[in-house]
Design a protein around this ligand. Structure first.
Ligand SMILES: [Zn+2]
Length: 322
């Protein structure tokens, strides 16, 4: 049995999974990422945890074909190097691939975390058996990955498929990236929560305001819950986020013509409640000239998508694909 280690580096946790070639997650572990210690400490931790996982499943070290790593922020893919990730301050320009390859003595692939999650959904999740999909993760920000004709879209500057920064409102809200009007500034789980909190303050009679007064922290799940209960304020915030998302999906439809647009991240826990709102808005916005509307569905792999996709990418890499 050949195995691969998939690693998903986040601001708070380092997720590691040992995956078999046929896509079975053999064992996984969450470690505190302790990002403040910098990349060298993380590389040590990855190596150490990998040994532990191999022992745990009774696999030999020789079964491990390589390590795939998903990192936040834009990447210089061909160099296996990070640029600047907002929540990993000591990691700027870290040559992660060469550091890990040297330590592990194995092939290493490093990729943006949303790209890895997209690959995971393609391999074993909501995009199984397809060749053209787009993943949008609605979390703290809006991450994304694009698969065209069976391969990750990278582009000349290796930074393609960053759809969270598609502009849906010209001159609109300032986004964390410095642009105005990005989809991330309207439809991320954290923006939905912030919008709801703001709306609750001016509608004291709303259910949302009641929750706020009770000392609850308003997150996207609370907004969803209040909207489901028919609270008009929560429903308006939720629907507006879905409408902006649908606008982005029309643009995605015309740019890539995907078979599926897959929604992941925190907001996707709402399931059909999210899909209904997005599909309704999408239907009203998309053209009727051709029957090329993508199916809009929720992701299937949850928080494991990035880790599983990272393992899948290294299997692909050692099989000789680019
Ligand atoms: Zn942006």
């Amino acid at each position: 049995m050949r195995t691969a280690l998939g690693v998903d580096i986040g601001g708070t946790a380092l997720k590691l999974g040992l995956v078999s070639e046929n896509g079975k997650l053999l064992a996984k572990r969450n470690e505190p990422s302790e990002v403040a210690d910098g990349p060298a400490a993380a590389v040590d931790r990855i190596e150490h945890t990998a040994r532990g996982l191999l022992v745990q499943v009774g696999a030999r070290r020789e079964s491990l074909v390589g390590v795939g790593v998903g990192c936040p922020g834009p990447m210089k893919y061909s160099e296996g190097q990070m640029y600047d990730a907002a929540n990993l301050p000591r990691w700027t320009d870290a040559p992660l691939r060469s550091m890990l390859a040297e330590q592990a003595g194995l092939p290493v692939v490093v990729e943006n975390d949303a790209n890895m999650a997209t690959w995971g959904e393609l391999w074993l999740g909501a995009g199984r058996g397809m060749r053209d999909i787009v993943l949008l993760t609605l979390g703290t920000g809006v991450g994304s990955g694009v698969i065209v004709d069976g391969e990750l879209l990278r582009g000349h500057f290796e930074n393609g498929g960053e759809l969270g920064h598609c502009i849906v409102v010209p001159g609109g809200r300032l986004c964390n990236c410095g642009q105005r009007g990005c989809i991330e500034a309207y439809s991320s789980a954290s923006r939905v929560a912030a919008d709801a909190e703001q709306a609750a303050r001016v509608t004291p009679g709303s259910l949302l305001a009641e929750r706020l007064r009770a000392g609850e922290e308003i997150d996207s799940k609370v907004v969803e819950g209040c909207a489901r209960e028919g609270d008009a304020t929560a429903l308006r915030v939720w629907t507006e986020a879905c409408q902006h998302l649908a606008t982005a999906i029309v643009n995605i439809q015309h740019a890539f013509n995907p078979q599926r647009v897959i929604l992941g991240g925190g907001m996707s826990h709402a399931g059909e409640f999210l899909l209904d709102a997005v599909r309704t808005a999408f239907e009203s916005l998309t053209w009727k000239l051709a029957p090329d509307q993508p199916e809009i569905v929720c992701a299937e792999l949850g928080n494991d998508a990035g880790m599983i996709g990272a393992a899948g990418r290294i299997f692909r890499h050692v099989s000789g694909a680019r």
